[in-house]
Design a protein. Structure first.
Length: 307
């Protein structure tokens, strides 16, 4: 008869015979019957108390660590104020430092709970690599933010146009730039596209030029228009004397003589002056006998006697 089990040298049998199985089962039942319940409960109580103590210590470490991180952030803000660090750099450095400190705190808490931090760091590194490959665009946004902070094409408070959006820069975050439009909309632009795209910064220069295009009727005196406009500018302290304002004939259109008017002002006065003088030109020029033409079409009817 073939054996019920096979056994090779230096290995355990794949299937134990019935007699050995009955013997082991009897031993297990005997240990269970003679089990000291009090000893088991004492051991279980000790384990629960030890786990509770570790949890309390870990919680204390976390609370103290969070308090210390908040204090360090306030100290960092005070140091920024004392050293006069640029407002653009402050939130970026503060957020980066806060994230790093929180990661260190989490590792300390996990170590207190008895978890092997070395293995955890290895797992975290592998996960970070996988996430980084999956979120390559996010990493590019972070790199774009670093580039913006070092190159400084704009700062917090500048009025810019980028990616088809215009507004005042409120904050440069780790992954995006926050701007507020003139109608108070908040727009987030990814740092990657804004760092590699075209940026119009309207706040870098202290002075800017206003341009107006005025249409006069044919037959009106251009010199009179020039004299009236220059007189308006000379009476306004917001209009800079250098470079001096100019009034030129820029085109002879089909139904008007086109004037180009240019005047330099402080950057902060640009739009106030522009919109105010649109109205002032409309009011003052007709007082000097000048006219604003409007498009018109002359139709000539010819009678055909042969029709």
């Amino acid at each position: 008869m073939l054996p019920l089990y096979t056994q090779t040298e230096a290995t355990e049998p794949l299937m134990l015979p019935d007699s050995i199985q009955r013997q082991k089962f009897a031993e297990a039942v005997d240990r269970l019957m003679n089990l000291d319940v009090q000893e088991v409960m004492n051991g279980l109580t000790e384990q629960i108390i030890w786990i509770a103590v570790k949890c309390v210590v870990a919680l204390l470490f976390y609370l103290v660590g969070r308090w210390m991180i908040r204090r360090l952030m306030r100290l960092l803000d005070h140091l920024f104020e004392k050293k006069g660090v640029d407002d653009t750099l402050r939130p970026f450095i503060r957020n980066t430092a806060s994230i790093l400190l929180i990661i260190v705190l989490i590792l300390i808490v996990v170590q207190t709970l008895g978890v092997n931090v070395t293995s955890l760091i290895a797992i975290f590194s592998a996960a970070t690599l996988a996430i980084g490959m999956a979120l390559s665009g996010t990493a590019q946004n972070f790199a774009g933010g670093v580039m913006i902070l070092f190159v400084k094409p704009y700062r917090v408070g500048d009025y810019i146009t980028a990616q088809g959006q215009s507004g005042t820069v409120q904050e440069i975050k780790l992954f995006s730039t926050v701007i507020t439009t003139v109608d108070n909309q908040t727009i987030y632009i990814p740092n990657n596209v804004i760092a590699t795209g075209i940026i119009d910064n309207y706040s870098t220069a202290t002075t800017r030029r206003n341009d107006w295009s005025i249409a006069l009727a044919y037959g009106d005196d251009v010199e009179t228009a020039r004299r009236v406009i220059i007189a308006l500018f000379e009476a306004d302290t917001r209009i800079l004397k250098e470079p001096a304002p100019v009034v030129w004939v820029s085109a002879l259109d089909n139904s008007c003589v086109r004037l180009t008017v240019r005047a330099w002002v402080q950057n902060s006065d640009l739009w106030d002056v522009f919109f105010e003088y649109n109205e002032r030109f409309y009011v003052e020029l007709p007082k000097a006998g000048l006219h604003f033409p409007f498009p018109q079409l002359d139709i000539h009817v010819k009678n055909d006697k042969n029709a």
